[in-house]
Design a protein around this ligand. Structure first.
Ligand code: AMP
Length: 486
């Protein structure tokens, strides 16, 4: 989506494979399973058999979106896949992906994770040139622009021209006939990595998708890099099309979004979360009888926190005092506050014996609206906790995400206009502490100017209308779909 109302939602997972001598559909399907946490609204696969493109895109979870017959119909050794995050307020099938289309320049399939900030400008211009759009999504804009450039330039030049025109966050897997490409935006905002399979190569949002296919992670796709998988599954070619002065890696991938068993930009997410937990203890540790995570997102943080506390001789017990019902969907996207509160209650149940008569520290990765924390503090007091301290593995979220993570609107964010003391009072905890931005940068071993910290600073690494930017960014000038300077 573009136009940038508050809190855009394009949090997705992408994958692409090129294999020597087997159909791509099943490996893509398994990879999508591994990426299911990145999107539950729709799932889709596009393959190419050397003659024609095949696609199947369905609303729902990966397991429900494909039958055996659907997978059998997806012929070809190459293909891409996509899982899409739920949108607030209902399902939108016109935005389900991969987006696929046939142009004079061949057939294209596109899977996109991220958000462009200038898609409207490009769409308007291309519509003026006669391109007909079927959705208001960014992905179709990229597809049309690329198709247009492919009429006049070879694949690599065409991709470069399109990258010259689009501004924002994008990790893409693309099929152009039977060639699979991976592209990561010049700031490397969303993850994308390359892996080796027994009989081919894979591109995926997260390395967990490579693991489930018994493949081997080779490396991350570099910011600004185009990777072209060879059609015979024998290798890949790399083109470093843009070399940014600074990257804008999303820190929230590490804090919440990615699977802990994935490695992103060279770091295992699980290790990062444990280290953040250790830093949380260093910055704001408090000795209580019990330390417990909010499952599942707080687990690695809490184990790092408790370990650091115990190493310092603190007499704290690490325990699972909250049980999660796995069958309750995301509380986050429930349409009303009432539904969200009900869903937290259904989802998390305290274990009375672990909590009763004890002082407890509860560790979560983040507070967004404050619904989970408010409910939890009350629940824990109800089963007899003597004191409830909240420790959070991220800084306060004060501004929306425009770059692809589903966040609440600014008005809904509990930290948008309140101090930590005020929030502590609102959630009725005995104490509350967040992690510092310094601790995030230090743990990720990146300077703050190489991270996207927009949601915790309110300053974005992109030029977003109505928002502050934290760097010298220029939007591309739209008006020349095929610049000569490539
Ligand atoms: P809230 O209850 O609104 O304060 O949300 C905080 C809870 O939602 C925490 O337990 C987080 O693990 C989780 N969370 C944080 N960000 C997201 C997101 N983008 N989508 C879904 N859940 C999230």
């Amino acid at each position: 989506m573009s136009g940038l109302p508050q809190g855009l939602r394009e949090k997705c997972g992408v994958v692409g494979v090129s294999l020597a001598d087997r159909q791509a559909a099943r490996p893509l399907y398994y990879a999508l399973y591994a990426l299911q946490h990145r999107g539950q609204e729709s799932a889709g696969i596009v393959t190419h058999d050397g003659f024609q493109q095949h696609d199947h895109v369905e609303l729902g979870l990966v397991g429900d979106a494909f039958t055996e017959a659907d997978l059998d119909g997806l012929a070809g050794r190459v293909g891409i896949g996509h899982v899409r995050y739920p949108t607030e307020g209902g399902l939108d099938s016109s935005c389900a992906q991969p987006f696929s289309v046939s142009f004079k320049s061949g057939s294209l399939g596109l899977s996109h994770n991220g958000n462009l900030v200038n898609a409207d400008e490009i769409r308007e211009e291309l519509a003026g040139l006669g391109h007909a759009f079927t959705s208001d999504g960014d992905t179709e804009v990229i597809a049309h622009d690329l198709a247009r450039n492919l009429l006049e330039a070879d694949l690599v030049r065409a991709v470069k021209r399109t990258m010259n025109r689009i501004h924002g966050s994008y990790s893409l897997t693309i099929t152009h006939d039977d060639t699979v490409l991976g592209v990561r935006d010049p700031e490397g905002n969303r993850p994308l990595c390359i892996g080796k399979l027994d009989d081919g190569y894979i591109l995926a949002s997260e390395s967990a998708a490579i693991d489930v296919l018994d493949g081997e992670l080779i490396r991350d796709v570099n910011p600004g890099e185009l990777v072209v998988l060879q059609e015979d599954g024998e290798g890949f070619d790399s083109y470093q099309l843009f070399t940014p002065e600074n990257t804008a890696h999303c820190f929230f991938e590490h804090v919440y979004f990615a699977r802990p068993d994935s490695a992103i930009d060279g770091k295992l997410v699980y290790d990062v979360r444990r280290d953040l937990g250790r830093k949380l203890w260093e910055e704001s540790g408090i000795e209580t009888d019990v330390v417990m995570p909010v499952p599942d997102s707080g687990r690695a943080f809490a184990s790092g926190y408790a370990e650091a506390a115990q190493e310092e001789g603190a007499d704290v017990e690490f325990a699972e005092g909250l049980m999660k019902n796995r069958y309750v969907g995301r509380t986050f996207i429930m349409p009303t506050q009432d539904a969200r509160e009900r869903a937290v209650r259904l989802k998390l149940n305290p274990i009375r014996d672990v909590v009763e008569g004890k002082t407890v520290t509860v560790i979560d990765d983040s507070i967004v609206r404050g619904t989970t924390s408010t409910q939890l503090v009350q629940l824990l007091r109800d089963v007899g906790a003597e004191a409830v301290h909240m420790r959070i593995g991220a800084p306060p979220i004060i501004a929306p995400c425009y770059m692809g993570i589903d966040m609440a609107t600014r008005e809904e964010l509990i930290a948008a206009d309140q101090t930590t003391e005020e929030i502590c009072e609102e959630i009725a905890a005995d104490s509350l502490a967040y992690l510092s931005i310094d601790a995030i940068a230090e743990t990720l071993d990146e300077s703050e100017s190489d991270l996207c910290l927009g949601c915790v600073t309110g300053e974005y690494p992109y030029d977003i209308e109505g928002e502050e930017t934290d760097r010298d960014v220029e939007r591309p000038v739209i008006g020349d779909p095929a610049p000569a300077d490539d």
